[in-house]
Design a protein around this ligand. Structure first.
Ligand SMILES: [Ca+2]
Ligand SMILES: [Ca+2]
Length: 415
């Protein structure tokens, strides 16, 4: 109605209970409070004007109008009614007067309160300005603090990153430190051994130095001796050359004597061999003569190859049987013996050690059967036959050679 509306708190205004809230409200809204006060003042003034108008109407009631007199005259019976209305009006007038007085008192109080409120408003305005200024400063400080906080946060993040890196490096350094500690301990141990070795080497070196000095002295002495020996050697070389010439002459003479001696020895041996042959029926000692040949029976057992080698060493070979008569002679030997028959070069192609083919066949029935790579032949006296067996087996053996008494005359090479 007055261009503004009162707050709910003002509508329920109670000076006794709500004084504190009102003061707070006034501090928060000083201009609005001033407007409210002005509105209240206007209401009071309007109320006063209305009351004055009522008083004027009351005076008009007290002076009877011509029309009222006419009515009073016309309705004299209703006089009691007019008196009742008059009393009612008077009572009403008294009440209104009382209300006006109260309103005047209220108005006076409101005016006083208005003055107080204006003073309070002024103070509040000043405080507001101060708060504004303070607020501005606080905002500036807050912005500065915000900026500072941002900077510190960045620095903190940076420091956190650095801290992480340092932690990582610290861990690596710790690991490295442990490794270095182990290496240091090992090197310490090694160092102890090396020191011990160095001391030993130092001792050895001292000994060697002494030996070297001794050797140096000895070397000097030896050098002198060598020089002397060189002189002696030269003399001896001359003497040697003379002796070599003499020796050469003597060697030639000795060689001639050696040749003469060999010839004499050979003649002596031939004479001895002739003597043995004449004593043993034309065979060497240990050999048995038969026909035009000599036969040797071994006392030990060997393989076929070793047996043949023994015969060859004796200037003969394993026996070659050319006739049944010869076979019968060998059958008289004590036991099974190797004979000079084999198929070592080509399987089943038997031949004698002198290269002649096998003409006479005296194999035991079913032999040769080559049962187990059997390439050498043995003679079995019991069955008077031959059998092929492995050449590595060991048997006695029989050698055969010609008689020596039919050999030509002894050669002499003596000059
Ligand atoms: Ca064979
Ligand atoms: Ca056989």
């Amino acid at each position: 109605m007055m261009g503004f509306e009162l707050d709910d708190s003002l509508k329920t205004y109670n000076p006794g209970k709500e004084s504190h809230r009102t003061v707070l409200w006034l501090k928060e809204r000083p201009f609005r409070a001033a407007a409210v006060c002005l509105g209240v003042l206007c209401v009071v003034l309007l109320t006063g004007i209305i009351i004055a108008a009522g008083h004027h109407n009351h005076a008009a009631v007290e002076q009877p109008t011509p029309s009222c007199n006419l009515i009073g005259e016309q309705v004299q019976l209703g006089t009691r009614c007019n008196l009742t209305d008059l009393r009612r009006e008077q009572t009403r007038n008294k009440n209104v007067t009382k209300e006006r007085d109260q309103l005047r008192i209220t108005c006076t109080n409101l005016i006083q309160e208005q003055g107080q409120l204006q003073t309070s408003c002024k103070n509040l305005t000043e405080e507001r300005d101060k708060f504004k200024t303070s607020n501005m400063q606080l905002i500036q400080e807050r912005d500065q603090l915000q900026t500072s906080t941002n900077n510190i946060t960045q620095e903190r993040d940076h420091l956190l990153t650095i801290n992480k890196c340092l932690t990582k490096e610290g861990f690596q350094l710790k690991t490295s430190n442990n490794n270095l500690t182990q290496e240091r301990d090992l090197l310490g141990t090694s160092n102890k051994y090396l020191n011990k070795e160095i001391n030993q080497l130092q001792t050895i070196n001292n000994n060697l130095t002494q030996e070297r000095d001794l050797l140096q002295t000895s070397n000097n002495n030896l050098s002198e001796e060598m020089y002397q020996l060189q002189t002696i050697n030269n003399n001896l070389t001359q003497e040697r050359d003379l002796l070599q010439t003499s020796n050469k002459n003597l060697t030639e003479a000795m060689s001639q004597l050696q040749t003469i001696n060999n010839n004499v020895t050979l003649e002596r041996d031939q004479l001895k061999e002739l003597q043995r042959l004449s004593d043993g029926g034309g065979c060497l000692a240990g050999w048995q003569p038969h026909g035009g040949s000599c036969y040797f029976l071994s006392a030990e057992k060997k393989s076929w190859m070793a047996s043949r080698q023994d015969c060859q060493d004796r200037g003969s070979d394993l026996v070659v049987i050319n006739s049944k008569e010869e076979q019968n002679f060998i059958n008289n030997f004590c036991c099974a013996v190797w004979i000079g028959l084999h198929d070592r070069e080509s399987e089943s192609k038997w031949k004698w050690v002198d290269g002649s083919p096998m003409k006479l066949s005296l194999w035991n029935p079913g032999e040769p059967n080559n049962a187990g790579n059997e390439d050498c032949a043995e003679l079995i006296p019991k069955s008077k036959t031959w059998n092929d067996v492995p050449c590595s087996w060991e048997r006695h053996w029989a050698c055969k050679s010609v008689k020596r008494n039919s050999q030509p005359e002894i050669k002499t090479s003596m000059t």
